[in-house]
Design a protein around this ligand. Structure first.
Ligand code: AKB
Length: 294
């Protein structure tokens, strides 16, 4: 680990075996401002990576909860950082800031942002709030607009892009998969090692080189759900995937198909390492090792 295991405090509302195996851990609900302040003060926290959020699909089931967690959580983190002079904050935004009015191909860094999900609304409002703390309090808040995230370590968590992760789990467990978006649905995606790389690269960039601070478009790959099934089938030839779109199709249809990330590439030299084929091979290898599937 780059900063040494003992120097990183993981927090979550629930503790899992993974947490207890990997260095210091504290239970924390980010909507509890008092508990957050206590930890930041007592542990003399210098940098915060604030990742807790309700994602798009779950957010549509409970918009009030999405607002409470996403907005109050971010506000608490920004306020505690201001009060206790936290040196840097990382907060991820999302491609969900864009809505039906934005160009869907190579969606630009600066364009119309009128999202139709409550998750997207909280991400646009969050970007503006972070900008405010940068301007008003000179707080060093940085962030990227993540596309769909594919991880071999973290299970799917209520997002519209989760079909991509679920497809891998089904394939290694020799199960057929019913995909909840159409075969021709194209969305931008990123493999978890690149997501981590983006966060660390941005956080270590020279502050004076950054013009956007907390809303950088970042891209790695774009593919259709059908192309992903094909890529998996190149390794697991009998993998069966059918496509039965549900309510999440309507969300996917308002999001970009590809992203223009030239601002990130110019300002802090962003460069992803995984494309669809490299990611598919690595995902399958990791999941098979974890699950002991032949
Ligand atoms: C979701 O699908 O909600 C997230 C996202 C694109 O931010 N993965």
């Amino acid at each position: 680990m780059r900063y040494g295991e003992d120097n990183v405090l993981a927090t979550s509302r629930r503790s899992t075996p993974a947490h207890s195996d990997s260095g210091p851990f504290a239970r924390l609900d980010v909507t509890d401002a008092g508990a957050l302040a206590q930890i930041v003060e007592q542990q003399r926290i210098e940098v915060i990576y604030h990742l807790a959020a309700i994602l798009s699909a779950v957010g549509e089931d409970n918009p009030q909860l999405a607002w409470a967690v996403n907005m109050n959580g971010l506000y608490n983190v920004l306020e505690v950082s201001r009060r206790f002079q936290v040196a840097q904050v990382f907060w991820p935004s999302s491609i969900a800031v864009f809505g039906p009015g934005a160009p869907r191909e190579r969606t630009p860094q600066e364009t119309i942002m009128r999202p139709t999900t409550v998750y997207g609304v909280t991400k646009v409002a969050g970007e503006l709030l972070c900008d405010y703390y940068v301007r008003r309090y000179a707080l060093d808040v940085r962030g990227v607009r993540y596309p769909g995230v594919i991880s071999s370590g973290a299970p799917p968590g209520g997002g519209t892009t989760d079909y991509a992760v679920e497809m891998f789990y089904a394939a290694v467990e020799s199960r057929p998969y019913t995909c909840f978006v159409r075969e021709d649905t194209v969305l931008p995606m990123m493999y978890m090692p690149d997501c981590i790389k983006a966060a660390l690269d941005l956080m270590s960039a020279e502050r004076s080189a950054l013009r956007h601070h907390n809303s950088f478009n970042v891209a790695a790959m774009s593919f259709s759900a059908g192309e992903l099934a094909q890529a998996v089938r190149a390794h697991i030839t009998d993998f069966v995937c059918e496509f039965r779109p549900d309510h999440r199709q309507a969300i996917a249809d308002t999001w970009p198909r590809s992203i223009d990330d030239s601002a990130a590439r110019t300002q802090w030299k962003w460069a992803p390492q995984f494309d669809l084929h490299a990611m598919t091979a690595d995902m399958l290898e990791k999941l098979r090792a974890g699950k002991h599937v032949d």
